[in-house]
Design a protein around this ligand. Structure first.
Ligand SMILES: O=C(O)c1cccc(C(=O)CC[C@H]2O[C@@H](n3cnc4c(=O)[nH]cnc43)[C@H](O)[C@@H]2O)c1
Length: 207
């Protein structure tokens, strides 16, 4: 199987890079803009059977233990829209994008799961992608209403590009922190990276 591993930063997949130096890897940079540019460019020249985005992320759901590796099967935008005084109107609410305009389905960028994904036996969650990491109570309360379990800075861009290009994909994230008012002392980045890489090494060994 021709597999591409995508990560925002090399640090997130450093153990994998050390153990699998010949793997096909794309380090995109952090955020939706960098992810879209780098991945679109790569997929324009190379066809893959599966593209995996491996990263860390925050969880709104405190029943998911820090360090757990999850499979984000649907993603959406957390801050694409307009502020109307104290309210937030998302891009669909503004009428600038239809909730079912391709590649969106009911306002989500859904992974069309197939037999290819059967080897990914991780908890399946939905993702919210933001430009600014949630760090104050008002923003967090507002973003919670979107009903997603995890937050990242790249997931929606990754889903969007893969859906547009018709490439099978999987967004896999290890939970490094809960989405709470900013307190980096509570982040478990190292544990999350170890768990993410253990999963990635094992998955690519057997894929
Ligand atoms: O110092 C910070 O405040 C900070 C905030 C977010 C991420 C970082 C990183 O060093 C990792 C980059 C990577 O992390 C993902 N991430 C992790 N937790 C969250 C979150 O709660 N909300 C959104 N993104 C998160 C993100 O995808 C970045 O690529 C440092």
């Amino acid at each position: 199987m021709k597999l591409l591993v995508v990560a925002a930063t090399a640090a997130e997949i450093a153990p994998f890079l050390a153990q699998c130096p010949d793997a096909d890897v794309l380090i995109t940079g952090v955020g939706m803009v960098a992810t879209t540019y780098a991945l679109t460019r790569r997929l324009a020249t190379t066809r893959y059977d599966l593209v995996i985005q491996a990263g860390v992320g925050g969880s709104f759901d405190e029943s998911i233990p820090l360090g757990e590796v999850v499979f984000v099967t649907a993603d959406t935008y957390g801050d694409l829209g307009a502020e109307d005084h104290d309210e937030y109107i998302d891009i669909y609410g503004l009428g600038l994008l239809g909730r079912n305009d391709h590649p969106h389905t009911e306002g989500m960028l859904r992974n069309p799961l197939s037999a290819m994904h059967s080897g990914i036996s991780l908890r399946q969650v939905s993702g919210l992608t933001v430009n600014t990491v949630s760090g104050n109570a008002t923003t967090i309360a507002r973003r919670r209403t979107q009903g997603c379990q995890v937050e990242s800075m790249e997931g929606a861009a990754f889903h969007y590009v893969c859906l547009q290009e018709g490439v099978p994909f999987a967004q896999v994230r290890a939970i490094s922190n809960y989405v709470i008012p900013r307190d980096k002392s509570q982040w478990k980045m190292k544990d999350a990276i170890i768990a993410l890489n253990n999963w990635l090494i094992e998955y690519t060994r057997t894929a």
